[in-house]
Structures are given as C-alpha cells and as structure tokens.
Design a protein around this ligand. Structure first.
Ligand code: ARG
Length: 473
C-alpha cells in the first residue's frame, strides 16, 4: 500500500454517493469499500486506457475533437503529477478510476465530466488490469530469459562435473551437473512459452462492454483496441466485464514458476547442508545466525520456497472468488487485484533473487562432488548392463548384482574394490574391462541415449539451449 495515501475517511468531507442517496457512507464502510489503497498501482494503465477512450469519443463524434484533446492533455498532466509524487488521492475517491476523473475535472473543468461517456468502471477496470498484466508478463518473460542464461552459463562450466543423481532421495546413478542444471532450463523454457500463450488471452479488450450490456453510443471498440495494441476485442459484453480467466491462467503459470524455483531452492538448501556439502554459499547471498556463530544460512532459497505458498494461495483465492459469481460484474471482482499484484511481485522478486544466487551466490564443490560419486553403489546398474551386453538376460544380471552389492556391503567394500578373481567367481563373463565400465565418468558417458546424461548428449543440449536463447530457433 502506498504510504502516502490518505486513507482516513474522517479527514474528508462526507458526501453522499450520488443524488440518489440521502446520507453519506459510514466512514468505516467507505474505507471498506475503497480500493484506492491498492488499485493506485493501475494508475498509468488507467490514464492510457482513458486517453484511448477519449480519442475514440472524439473520432466517433460523441464529443467534439477539441474536447477529446483537452481530455487527453489533462490525463497526461495527471500522469506527470503522479510521476512527480504529487498525486495522492484519499479514500474519499474510492478507487483509482474516480480519483483520476475527479482530478481531471479539477484540471480541465466541466469537459472532464464527459470522459465517462459510453463507459463504465466495469469495462474500465478490466481494461486496466489487462494492460497491467501484459506489461508484467513481458517483464517476467525477460526475467525468465536471464534465469535461463545463468543456468546455461553454469551448465557450460560443468559438463564434466559429476553429481550423484537421486530417485527417492537415494543415490541412483551419477549424472553430469550440466544435465541436472539443464533440467531447470527446460522448466523455465516451458514457463516462458506458457506466459507467451497466456499473453494472447490477456491481450483482448473489454473496453466498450459498458456496465454489462454495451452502450447506446456509436462507439468504435476496434479503434480503442487498436490504440491500446490489443490483439482483439471481447465478442460478448457480459463476458467482457466479468471474465477473469486470464488472471487465473496467469496465476497458474505463476504457480508453476514458483514450483520450479521452489524445487531448485530445496536442492540448494540440501546441497548447502553439511551432510551434502555440494555447494558453498557466498557471503553475498547467505546470512548468519544471531546466536550460533558458526552458521551460514541459505535464507534466499528458503524464502523462495516459503513464498511459493503465497502464490498458490492467490490462485486458490481467485478460483474460489469466481466459482459462484452470477453474470456480470460483482464487487467481489475488486478482490482480484491484490492477489494478482502480490503474485506478480512475488514471482518477480523470487526470480531475481534466484538468478543472483545462481550467478554469484554459490559455488559447486568439485572435490566433494567427485568424492560423492566415487563412494557409493550408483554404478550397480552399469554392472548389470555390462552383463546384459554380454548376453546375460537383464533380470538375471540384476539379481546377481544385487547379491554382489550385498556381499560387498558386508565386506565394507565398493564395487571398484573387488578383485578380478572375485568378479569372475560371481560370473565368468566378467573381464578386466569391468573396472572401466563402472568408473563414474564412463557410467555417465555411456548414457548417450537422446535426452540422457552422456557427455555428447549434454553438449548437444547445451547447443540447443544456446540456439533457443539466441532466438534463432
Ligand atoms: N474498484 C472497482 C473494482 O476494482 C471498480 C469497478 C467498480 N464497479 C462497480 N460497479 N462498482 O472492481
């Protein structure tokens, strides 16, 4: 909330809502009803939308050409006042739309009262929200690109760095660290695409739907849509003023971005623990404890993981908000904004922080990663594959290797510690090349199926990612 807003209704003269009313709103109800505390966020979009509406009114002859010009100029003046920190509407204005109209009338006189001809706040607020979200989506998509390019940059440095791969959080098979990072690149790529698709449905103009049924004036909806760079107009006025699908779709996409950031955060938190010690957090992105001097805490990924719940909550709130609404506009819809604004801001700060964290806040510990992939049984599948390649049926080989793991564990040995004689008593097909076959580097290199972790595949994946980011695809 803008701290400079005057939210105390008691300081303002209590007016009746209109001449239809006999007495003024109760001050607490005025505050309850008002959205100015948060919809001021829409002001620039409100001004732009109103300028287009004024131009259209003039073009269609609904108002005189010079009246249209006066309105456009007056609105521009409000924009300057706002940018210079000189526009502070209070709760008596109720919302940003009334605040602008009132100020406009102060600035340009009675002609200001013509602005709202052939329009309702219902189609107006829908227009503003879409204009706002369009900009936010564009910004988010460019943030996703930054995030992807940091992931790609790290991947380029770590093609040959191995890291244990897990299923069930149990060591499974080692993978290239680049491969692991590129999994997140792919998630972000889908996020980027999804936002692009949603943009198409955000980019439709409800302006001219009126309160719900259209208008008696000879407006030109396509002209305002064109001035505002909308891709099309709502075909049904009732749908135009009451549709919030675009906001729900956006919140779904925002939630998925947060799912991805949160999963990455969880991994970084684990990796930074003493138990894993796969990464070191740099001082610029870690915090200490107020009591335990030895500590360095991963606050950044923890906050990202924590903030994820907020965004999911906004999605849920918006779905519930809509499910019982009869057509067309209902004041419930005023509740869409805080959810949307907070989701947008949350995803933006989380993307920014995660990108910084990856770019300069952590370092992978190659020593620890090498140790990790050398000290477990994550090459057991490769022993089974080795036998299978020599004609032993895979299930038989699998059972045999299970036995080998059991006896090795009992003897406190790893597979690489078995002597050739020991291998050969287990199965005559084992030869000296078994040691090469189960070395972690070879284990990774051998998984050269399309999309796998084999180094050749990873190099190709890096190239594809480079092409994707260069926009040449
Ligand atoms: N502040 C309102 C909102 O955000 C604007 C639309 C008001 N429309 C109405 N019919 N009361 O939804």
């Amino acid at each position: 909330m803008n701290p400079e807003l005057n939210l105390s209704a008691t300081t303002t003269e209590a007016k009746t809502w209109s001449q239809r009313f006999e007495s003024a709103l109760h001050p607490a109800i005025a505050r309850f009803n008002a959205s100015i505390g948060f919809d001021i966020e829409l002001i620039e979009y409100d001004l732009t939308g109103s300028q287009a509406h004024a131009q259209m009114l003039a073009k269609t002859g609904i108002i005189a050409a010079e009246e249209g010009e006066q309105l456009v100029k007056g609105l521009e003046q409000i924009r300057q006042e706002y940018r210079q920190g000189q526009f502070h509407p209070g709760v008596d204005a109720e919302d940003v739309h009334f605040a602008v109209e009132r100020r406009l009338t102060e600035l340009v006189g009675d002609v200001g009262k013509k602005l709202h001809t052939a329009r309702s706040r219902n189609d107006q607020v829908g227009t503003d929200t879409r204009l706002y979200l369009r900009d936010q989506i564009t910004h988010l998509r460019s943030q996703l690109r930054d995030f992807q390019s940091v992931l790609l940059h790290l991947a380029e440095q770590h093609v040959e760095t191995l890291i244990p791969g897990y299923t069930h959080l149990q060591r499974a098979q080692p993978v290239s660290l680049a491969h692991h990072l590129l999994a997140y690149f792919q998630m972000a790529q889908r996020d980027w695409q999804r936002l692009g698709e949603i943009y198409q449905r955000v980019n439709v103009s409800p302006l001219g739907s009126g309160a719900l049924a259209g208008t008696t004036f000879p407006i030109d909806r396509h002209y305002t849509a064109e001035l505002l760079n909308f891709g099309g107009v709502y075909a049904n006025s009732l749908d135009g003023v009451s549709d919030r699908d675009f906001a729900i779709e956006f919140l779904c996409a925002a939630s998925l971005i947060m799912v991805h950031l949160s999963r990455l955060s969880e991994e970084v938190i684990l990796w930074a623990s003493q138990e894993f010690s796969f990464v070191t957090l740099k001082d610029s992105c870690a915090t200490g404890s107020s009591i335990m001097p030895q500590k360095k805490n991963p606050d950044v990924p923890e906050l990202v993981r924590g903030k994820t719940g907020r965004v999911f909550g906004h999605l849920q709130a918006m779905l519930v908000l809509m499910k019982g609404l009869p057509l067309a506009y209902n004041k419930d819809l005023q509740e869409d904004k805080e959810a949307l604004f907070d989701a947008v801001k949350t995803v933006q700060v989380c993307l920014e922080a995660t990108t910084i964290l990856l770019r300069e806040g952590l370092e992978f510990r190659r020593d620890r990663l090498t140790e990790a992939v050398n000290e477990d049984f994550s090459n057991a599948t490769d022993v089974a594959d080795y036998l299978a390649a020599k004609g032993v049926p895979f299930r038989e080989a699998y059972n045999l290797v299970g036995k080998v793991v059991k006896t090795s564990l009992a003897a406190g040995k790893l597979l690489k510690d078995l002597t050739l004689a020991e291998w050969q008593t287990l199965h005559p097909a084992f030869e000296a090349d078994i040691y090469e076959a189960i070395a972690p580097r070879q284990v990774v290199a051998a998984r050269n199926s399309y999309g796998g972790t084999g180094f050749d595949q990873v190099r190709q994946a890096i190239q594809a990612a480079q092409t994707c980011l260069s926009g040449l695809e």
